[in-house]
Design a protein around this ligand. Structure first.
Ligand SMILES: [Zn+2]
Length: 406
């Protein structure tokens, strides 16, 4: 069985991590910034050196194509090289550099696959500079229009399209990386599950569904001194009771469900006034859309119950939902088979975060491989994975790519 060159892989990751390096050992390489341009230039050079045909589409998505024995649509190995502010060196970069190492390894061994294989570097996966995230995989798969993407602006009111032109990565619509035979994304886990299970890599079953809710509880603001407890209509105490139960909605479901109240606004937020209104967010995530719907129903019943007991008014607004995305069974099977060939003790998990694979799953058989993250940290300078785990993950990517491309 052939294997990747770990030293070369880690060197490429380290070289890319120098572009936008931060004092704390992380990376700031925001989409369409000068650092992004330098990273792209380096990637393009490496792709050409590996014999790939490099092209850029009308969103700046970069493709490096390695031809196969047939003209079938390529198997895509993709991720992103943009980062958040003070992000880590592997979120996204691992998937692109891992794909490059797969190509280099195939070249070393003179292997010609039946289907072509292509590396894709998606523009603006993070959505930090130009919201929302996963913008350009979303655009090529029909979730966003070109006008919508081009008109996104950053905090300095710079437009996406203008910045794309400025860094020299405005390409042709004909170069969009579709159609594709299959889509594979290697990524750091960004969570603690694999580390907890002591497993180097994980086969990803899909991307969880997410639903966002805003709960508003309205009572009667009043002076904190002269108001007896029995006559109060305090929305914050009601909200506190609801928030406690939100945690229970997740813990009582199963081991996978998560629920978070991350934002609370209290009015007027004054020490000697009983609050008049409390607005808080609820974030539910689960692989099963029916489970999510059940959790929302439980929350609605809970809010109604608590608010009527406490004589306050509760409103539940489910304002955004991203449906669960199960990955293609054949792709998942191929990843699993590659892990087994390597004799790995691997995990099976779902992604709690969004990735470009979510949108690509709309248009071709897709899957993801996770590499263990130290302490589960990501989107920070302390993000880390061991060279050993990275090598293992890229070997799984190589094995899977060879199965899917023939
Ligand atoms: Zn990422």
């Amino acid at each position: 069985m052939i294997a990747v060159n770990s030293e070369r892989l880690m060197q490429s990751l380290a070289d890319l991590a120098q572009i936008g390096v931060t004092s704390g050992g992380g990376v700031t390489r925001l989409a369409l910034s000068d650092e992004d341009k330098h990273g792209r230039d380096l990637l393009a050079r490496w792709m050409r050196d590996a014999g790939l045909e490099v092209s850029v589409d009308d969103f700046g998505n970069m493709t490096g194509l390695r031809s196969g024995k047939t003209d079938a649509p390529p198997v895509l190995l993709a991720s992103h090289i943009d980062t958040v502010v003070k992000g880590g060196k592997y979120d996204g970069a691992l998937g692109v550099m891992g794909a490059l190492e797969v190509i280099r390894t195939l070249n070393d061994h003179g292997i010609e696959t039946v289907k072509p294989i292509a590396i894709v570097n998606w523009t603006n996966e993070e959505g930090v500079r130009f919201e929302p995230a996963m913008q350009c995989s979303g655009a090529v798969t029909g979730r966003f229009t070109r006008e919508y993407v081009y008109d996104r602006t950053d905090r300095q009111a710079m437009r996406f399209e203008d910045e794309l032109r400025r860094i020299g990565y405005m390409g042709e619509e004909a170069n969009r990386p579709l159609p594709a035979s299959a889509y594979l994304e290697l990524h750091i886990e960004q969570g603690p599950v694999l580390e907890d299970a002591n497993q180097p890599v994980g086969v990803v079953g899909g991307i969880v569904g997410i639903t966002w809710i805003e709960v508003t509880v309205t009572g009667q603001p009043d002076h904190a001194g002269p108001s007896p407890m029995r006559l109060r209509r305090d929305p914050l105490v009601a909200a506190a009771e609801i928030i406690q139960s939100v945690e229970r909605i997740a813990t009582m479901e199963d081991d996978i469900a998560v629920a978070t109240v991350g934002r609370v606004n209290v009015e007027p937020n004054v020490i000697n006034t009983i609050p008049g209104k409390v607005v808080f967010s609820v974030d539910f995530r689960h692989p099963d859309g029916d489970v999510l719907a059940g959790q929302v129903a439980r929350l609605e019943a809970l809010v109604e119950h608590v608010c009527s007991e406490r004589n306050v008014i509760g409103e539940v607004d489910r304002f955004w939902t991203s449906e669960p995305t199960p990955f293609d069974q054949d792709v998942v099977f191929a990843i699993r088979a590659s892990c087994e060939e390597l004799g790995l003790d691997y995990g099976e998990l779902w992604s709690g975060a969004g990735h470009d694979a979510k949108y690509m799953a709309d248009v071709c058989p897709s899957g993801m491989i996770f590499v263990r993250s130290k302490a589960g940290l990501s989107h920070c300078e302390a993000e880390e994975s061991s060279a050993e785990d990275i090598e293992t993950g890229v070997n799984v990517l190589l094995g899977t790519a060879m199965k899917l491309a023939g």
